[in-house]
Design a protein around this ligand. Structure first.
Ligand SMILES: [Zn+2]
Length: 404
């Protein structure tokens, strides 16, 4: 017992990244740059070669009504983009992960998932991709405002249905099978003010050897999901520590905060797009073969603008995400007071996911959704406000103090 207490108080050292982890980190950065350039280059090619206009004319000849012509254009455009990106996606999502021994996926599962993702993208485009062009046509001055107003309920709806309808297309989700663990989780959930039955496990071991857990959904579909790889890799104390972090996202309302931030950024992006479209000289429209901005042949231009603005906004979005992750870490520590388990869970994440515990500044700015694992372990080692007897930051969300 005395040994347990001593162990629980001991700081956890952050090991330096292995050579393999550093190789994974550096090659991942190169790959990220290649994908970012491709995300700008591919729509630009569709636009500048006039191919998008030719595709539109073909779709108009095939589909008699405007929507059917749009639908044909969208399926052809998204399908061609999929084929162009397929070699890079295959390397990134299959070959590379196997070469670093991070994947359990068969080629069949990878390809099946890849086709399903394309199917989901096609369905979303068919359901809503036509709306910007109709809004531009009907309200050339205010389309950006109406589209922004539509974005908010649409993103809530997507979040509501995604864990129930889309995620299960790729993996099997079920309530936690370990009933002893589930009982402990329900007790912890009650202390954090979260109703029971919201914790699931997913068979990610068919895809990956990496370890993770996350919070997803909105209102009725809000849930905490453990990858089965995490259930096998982490001991009970570490699982509860990870759960404490996820409960932090849940209890502190991080999903709603993220929707609010992305809504603000979408408004800015749409307004910027509106201003830019108004300033593009007419000769470019003629060169692209686009009749007006309400012509769906302008879709690659919208994709180009969205991908460009996503790069510009990434540092702000990621900084906010890192802030939320830090607050979720704080919540987990205040809920459980098990700093050692929280730190060793992060250590296992570092080792199993080949993470770099101290990445560079540019990586942090443009790619890091979480604080560096090294910083998170350092925080676990030092954050114990309850020892001084003072109030803790998340007190109002936590119903009972941990039993010492
Ligand atoms: Zn988190």
């Amino acid at each position: 017992m005395f040994q347990d207490v001593t162990r629980a108080m001991a700081p956890v050292a952050v090991p330096v990244a292995s050579k393999k982890a550093l190789r994974f980190y550096r090659s991942g950065n190169v790959l990220w740059c290649v994908r970012a350039v491709a995300g700008l280059l591919i729509p630009a090619l569709f636009l500048f070669t006039g191919f998008s206009a030719r595709l539109r004319s073909w779709a108009e000849r095939m589909g008699s009504k405007w929507y059917f012509a749009f639908a044909l254009y969208w399926v052809a455009f998204a399908g061609l983009c999929y084929l162009i990106e397929l070699p890079l996606d295959y390397y990134r999502g299959f070959v590379r992960l196997h070469s670093y021994d991070l994947s359990n996926q068969t080629f069949g599962k990878w390809f099946g998932d890849s086709l399903k993702s394309l199917g989901v993208l096609l369905a979303i485009g068919l359901a809503g991709g036509w709306i910007p062009f109709q809004l531009i046509k009907r309200s050339p001055r205010r389309w950006w405002l109406y589209l922004g107003l539509l974005y908010v309920p649409c993103s809530c709806m997507m979040l509501l249905i995604w864990p129930v309808m889309i995620d299960p297309l790729f993996n099997k989700f079920q309530p936690l099978q370990d009933k002893v663990l589930e009982a402990k989780i329900l007790t912890l959930a009650a202390r954090a003010g979260i109703e029971g039955g919201r914790v699931y496990e997913v068979n990610k071991s068919v895809d990956t050897k990496t370890v993770n857990a996350y919070v997803t959904g909105f209102m009725g579909s809000k849930r905490i999901v453990f990858w089965d790889t995490a259930l096998r890799t982490l001991d009970e104390g570490e699982l509860l520590a990870v759960l404490g972090h996820e409960m932090g996202h849940y209890a502190l309302g991080h999903i709603v905060q993220s929707i609010a931030l992305s809504s603000v950024l979408i408004f800015v992006a749409l307004y910027a797009s509106h201003r830019w479209l108004g300033r593009i000289p007419g000769r470019y429209q003629r060169r692209f073969g686009i009749r007006a901005w309400s012509d769906f042949a302008a879709l690659p231009l919208l994709v180009l603008i969205v991908n460009f603005l996503a790069l510009i906004f990434a540092p702000a979005e990621l900084a906010f995400s890192r802030h939320q992750e830090h607050e979720a870490d704080r919540f987990g520590l205040e809920l459980l007071h098990n700093n050692h388990a929280a730190a060793t869970a992060l250590l296992k994440l570092q080792q199993h996911n080949l993470s770099n515990p101290r990445p560079g500044r540019i990586y942090t700015l443009w790619r890091a959704s979480h604080p560096a694992i090294g910083e998170r372990i350092d925080f676990c080692n030092r954050y114990r406000p309850w020892e001084a007897g003072g109030p803790a930051r998340c007190d109002e969300y936590i119903r009972q103090r941990p039993v010492p």
